[in-house]
Design a protein around this ligand. Structure first.
Ligand code: PLP
Length: 431
């Protein structure tokens, strides 16, 4: 099938797999194997020298995982993908594939807390400086750039502000310098297509909406194949200078016969090989099960969240509701431009009663689960001031957008009347 001409609903079910050639099995098999027998000595030598792509060892690649990679590549309109063990591993590899000690990247301040820690602490310890800038001003990325800047990084729809990132503006600035924009699109798969707006790489925690069932941790990096690494040899040395760990390969050259996949090829054969954060074939299978229904689920998450936003806006005990559907001005223009088919399932709101009301509200919920996750088919809630952000000072909490009465919801796929009824009774109990 010519994947590029099919719609996401069709690709989510068909891309990357038809039927098992030997058994006829329709569902993707779980290839629970560590190793693959080579046909002969020449075949083995070709695989190791990358003259031919194929299976060597499951830390480097696996046929079940490859279906997930190919399917997301087709849906996203990219060139190739790499599945890894978690969203955290995807973010880390996405940067480490371009930046080494002494280099820097420029990142939006509006990040998932785990990514913030990775960037501000672990990368600093590894000698990679992350320069944080306010995404409200796209030119801030240009101002923070110097000769050692290797990448820009941001989230499409970051918590808790839920202001859509100016993808095209920052991608265009980066392309002037030879710097790729890496987008974490975890909160908006299918709703946003970052490559259409100039981003070069996307990363996902597939743990969230893509899986949807809340059973399996996983991550993905997708290479848009739309960035000319070879045109920027000084800016992108890791893809343009001989790599001593792979018999002197220059990745922008070595990948040419295989397609515009220099970036993702290096991530697989160097980072996955050496750091080993491979996705298990079983988790790849689970995530594929989720992906098959993602095109049905995302619009429902979004329409339920919009209904919740309207409901909460009408309550006198709620002082503020945060959802892109309620935004105005430039924020709304960006939401309309970058999100198609819905404005996402995440929502925040502030209770007039502050910390005490927040805790009471959470304890009174009956349908919503009280968990730190997002993107499950079930509705989820958390009170950040008493949980995820409790180690931060009041000032630090405020700077991340978390007030004492702030509650985060990930609105699920239940019937909207049942969702609203649970929120109403919990709000009443919190008064
Ligand atoms: N990126 C975003 C936006 C997230 O919300 C998360 C997890 O909450 C991650 C990355 C990390 O993903 P994982 O938990 O799969 O490592």
């Amino acid at each position: 099938m010519a994947d590029r001409n099919l719609h996401p609903e069709t690709l989510a079910l068909h891309a990357g797999w038809r039927a098992d050639p030997s058994t006829g099995a329709v569902a993707p098999p779980i290839y629970q194997t560590t190793s693959y027998q080579f046909r002969d000595a020449e075949h083995a030598a070709n695989l190791f020298s990358l003259k031919e792509l194929g299976n060597i060892y499951t830390r480097l690649g696996n046929p079940t995982t490859a279906i997930l990679e190919d399917r997301m590549t087709a849906i996203e309109g990219g060139a190739a993908a790499l599945a890894v063990a978690s969203g955290q591993a995807a973010s880390a590899f996405a940067i480490q594939n371009l930046a080494r000690s002494g280099d820097n990247i420029v990142s939006s301040t509006d990040l998932y807390g785990g990514t913030w820690n990775l960037f501000a602490n672990t990368f600093r310890d590894l000698g990679i400086e992350v320069r944080f800038v306010d995404p409200a001003d796209p030119e801030a990325f240009a101002r923070a750039t110097d000769d050692r800047t290797r990448a820009y990084y941001a989230e499409t729809l970051p918590n808790p502000k839920l202001s859509v990132f100016p993808i095209a503006e920052v991608a265009a600035i980066g392309r002037r310098f030879g710097i790729p924009l890496i987008m974490d699109n975890t909160s908006a798969p299918l709703l946003c297509r970052p490559f259409d707006h100039g981003a070069a790489i996307t990363v996902y925690s597939t743990t969230k909406f893509i899986g949807g069932h809340g059973t399996s941790i996983g991550g993905l990096i997708v290479d848009g194949g739309n960035f000319d690494w070879g045109a920027h040899p000084d800016r992108q040395p890791m893809l343009n200078t001989p790599d001593p760990s792979y018999h002197g390969a220059v990745w922008s050259e070595a990948a040419k016969p295989l397609g515009p996949i220099a970036y993702i090829l290096r991530a697989r054969v160097i980072l996955l090989r050496d750091l080993g954060a491979a996705l298990s074939p079983f988790n790849a299978f689970q995530i594929l099960q989720g992906l098959e229904t993602l095109p049905l689920r995302m619009p429902r998450h979004a329409s339920n969240a919009e209904a919740v936003a309207r409901f909460l806006s009408a309550r006198s005990d709620v002082t503020r509701v945060i959802h892109p559907s309620l935004q105005t001005g430039v924020q709304r223009e960006r939401a309309d431009r970058y999100l198609k088919g819905g404005m996402g399932g995440l929502l925040g709101f502030e209770l007039a009663g502050g910390m005490e009301a927040g805790r009471k509200f959470i304890d009174a919920l009956q349908l919503f689960y009280h968990v730190a996750n997002i993107g499950d088919a079930r509705s989820l809630a958390i009170h950040p001031a008493s949980t995820t952000h409790s180690q931060l000072s009041a000032d630090e909490q405020a700077s991340t957008g978390v007030s004492p009465g702030y509650v985060r919801l990930s609105v699920g796929l239940e019937h909207i009347d049942d969702i609203l009824a649970d929120l109403a009774q919990a709000l009443d109990a919190a008064q």
